[in-house]
Design a protein around this ligand. Structure first.
Ligand code: AGP
Length: 620
């Protein structure tokens, strides 16, 4: 979490940095700040809340700068600065805790992403040197240490500082004594350099600067980048300069714009059909080369067990994937929350394939789980939506979802893309393991290809109904979500969507488990949302719904077209096109996404930036 960016070059750095922050805002929006050189001094603005607040502070600052100073800026040859958008880890959401952080003398400034684990210990050591920190953050400790070690060479001061830090982090520092130099360093948190014409960028993600330059230098763990308008120097973790090899990235076509939609989340829900189609295309192309490939026929034939690790929505996609792999390929699958897996001393036997699923490719717990599995001998495959992300470097092979950039913090199109990716992999595995008849395989492939059209149809046809239901149920105090088998993964994901963006308490349960506890919560004002798309267990589910309604709770059911019985067991039924039960996951989630969306909007909430959340969770 947190997005950082630095710039040195001939443009007005404050403009470049603010634009870059817009593309990093998904990483956190508790507060934001910017420091830049102007007229021979360092200016710094900070604001609580999202970037709109920072934009107002910046505008007020510009207005206060008199015309002669502005003219001086326009003629200045080099402009440098750093900026930050924060997801709070250490210290509350206050202006004091907002970045950039400065040392006691106001000479050194830094922006940091990540966690300094030993910051309390270091703060005590600084106090022994009569240096007092004024904020509660771990980042300020870093600024103070750089200043403490500074002896005329910023990169040396950064190196000395890094040598005493534990944790995972990336930061960029600037110093008034050397105003045209920025120094960046990373350890297990992303940081990439962009190389332009007499200008350099550094940021948590390429997307922050790719509109200015496609030339990128990837930094490895422990490396230090020294940026000056005259050029870039990269030092490896032994302090030796290395050739900063550039790669070219495709210009990011995903625009950070709502394109006529009222929110990013709604736009992204509407982009699900293409996310599915693109992911299917990509996955088939990736799995096609059958030889000398971590996912080649021979390798898949030898898989004896699969473990899928992920967090949040990715974990829910993994649950759907498990059903598909076990049902179609008959390979046993275990799914674990990554933060649990990494600490439970997992058993990895020969023939175990571990799938790390993470749309951002940066989730700290998922990365740690993948690392552990690899260290214990598993073949690890990353399933991610982010080319170049850390997950792609931690794996033996990578499969990409092609959902495009997702800005809304609540995952929508990345979820459906993850599910279809797992389904395509399940079919490939079924083929490799001779677990399905060829005509059944072909039938499922065809059904998969119909999903974009089904999802498009559902999105259009149920939107109005979901809005009405959401408005009717908007002040319900609690929602219980129920499902069975693959319907359970939809129920879990639907419940997560509602609680994330509307802050209404929800719980999700396997319907058969409901009477073992959660039924105690039910009454007239507690709606039950039920996913009734698994044909094989429909009669069981209907009797669960009878138990619900006997307690006076009203039922909102998502069912397949043609399922007549459901109408007698639910006050409200939303029909989705009928298909194979497993494939229904991808269509059945759409009404629940829309329900959560409209309910949160009816409550007047910011669905794209729900409180306390961030798009990437790079801390444990
Ligand atoms: C989804 O709506 C959430 N924002 C969250 O649960 C997310 O899925 C989780 O943090 C995992 O993220 P990842 O896919 O980037 O690893």
């Amino acid at each position: 979490m947190c997005g950082i960016i630095g710039y040195v070059g001939h443009r007005r750095s404050q403009d470049v940095l603010f634009d870059g922050l817009r593309r990093l805002e998904y990483r956190g929006y508790d507060s934001a700040g910017l420091a830049w050189r102007e007229n021979g001094r360092t200016e710094c603005v900070r604001a609580i809340g999202n970037l709109d607040s920072l934009g107002s502070v910046l505008a007020a600052h510009s207005a206060a700068t008199d015309a002669s100073e502005s003219a001086a800026v326009a003629t200045a040859t080099v402009s440098a600065g750093i900026a930050h958008t924060r997801w709070a880890t250490h210290g509350g959401v206050t202006e004091d805790n907002a970045h950039p952080h400065t040392d006691w003398s106001g000479r050194v400034r830094i922006v940091l992403n990540g966690i300094i684990e030993n910051y309390l210990e270091l703060r005590d050591l600084l106090a022994d040197e009569m240096i007092q920190c004024t904020s509660e953050t771990d980042a300020e400790v870093v600024a103070q240490l750089i200043s403490f070690y500074y002896d005329g060479d910023l990169s040396e001061a950064v190196r000395s500082t890094v040598s005493v830090l534990s944790g995972h982090f990336a930061f960029v520092a600037m110093c008034d004594d050397d105003p045209e130099t920025l120094v960046g360093v990373r350890r297990e948190c992303p940081l990439v350099v962009g190389v332009g014409d007499r200008e350099l960028f550094i940021a948590s993600s390429i997307s922050a600067f790719v509109e200015h330059t496609p030339r990128v230098v990837e930094l490895h763990d422990g490396e230090i980048a020294v940026m000056h308008p005259s050029g870039l120097t990269v030092f490896d973790d032994n302090g030796l300069p290395r050739d900063p090899q550039e790669t070219r990235v495709e210009r990011d076509e995903d625009r950070c714009e709502k394109e006529g939609f009222e929110t990013f989340m709604l736009k992204e829900i509407h982009e699900q059909p293409s996310a599915i189609a693109e992911t299917l295309r990509e996955t088939r192309a990736a799995l096609a080369p059958r030889e000398n490939h971590q996912l080649g026929l021979a390798q898949l034939r030898n898989v004896r067990r699969i473990i899928i690790v992920g967090c949040g929505t990715s974990y829910h996609a993994a649950l759907a994937g498990r059903m598909a792999i076990e049902r179609w390929a008959r390979v046993p699958v275990e799914v674990d929350v990554a933060s649990e897996f990494r600490y439970r001393d997992p058993i990895i036997e020969p023939g175990t394939l571990v799938l790390g699923i993470t749309q951002s490719g940066e989730t700290a717990d998922t990365l740690a789980a993948m690392r552990l599995a690899r260290a214990r001998g598993a073949t690890v495959v990353a399933l991610t939506n982010a080319p170049g992300s850390q997950a792609t470097r931690e794996a033996d092979a990578v499969l990409f979802t092609r959902a495009g950039l997702e800005i809304g913090v609540a995952a929508t199109k990345t979820f459906v893309a993850q599910v279809v990716l797992l389904y395509a992999l399940a079919l490939d595995l079924a083929r490799a393991q001779d677990a399905l008849a060829l005509d059944r395989l072909a039938e499922l492939q065809r059904d998969l290809d119909l999903l974009p059209a089904h999802v498009e149809h559902v999105t259009r046809s149920v939107d109005g109904q979901m809005r009405q239901l959401a408005e009717r149920l908007v002040w319900s105090p609690f929602f219980l979500y129920l499902g069975r088998l693959s319907g359970l993964s939809v129920a879990l994901e639907g419940a997560l969507k509602l609680k994330e963006i509307s802050y209404v308490p929800t719980d999700a349960y396997a319907a058969g488990e409901m009477k073992h506890g959660p039924i105690a919560l039910l009454g007239r004002d507690t709606p039950v949302v039920c996913v009734a798309t698994e044909e094989g267990v429909l009669p069981k589910l209907l009797s669960n719904l009878s138990e619900v309604r006997a307690r006076g709770a009203q039922v909102l059911a998502v069912a397949s077209e043609g399922c007549k019985q459901i109408a007698e067991h639910a006050e409200h039924v939303v029909y989705v096109p009928a298909a194979d039960s497993l494939l229904q996951v991808v269509v059945a989630i759409v009404p629940l996404q829309l329900f959560a969306y409209h309910l949160a909007r009816a409550r007047g909430l910011n669905v794209d930036q729900p409180r306390n959340l961030a798009k990437t969770v790079t801390v444990e």
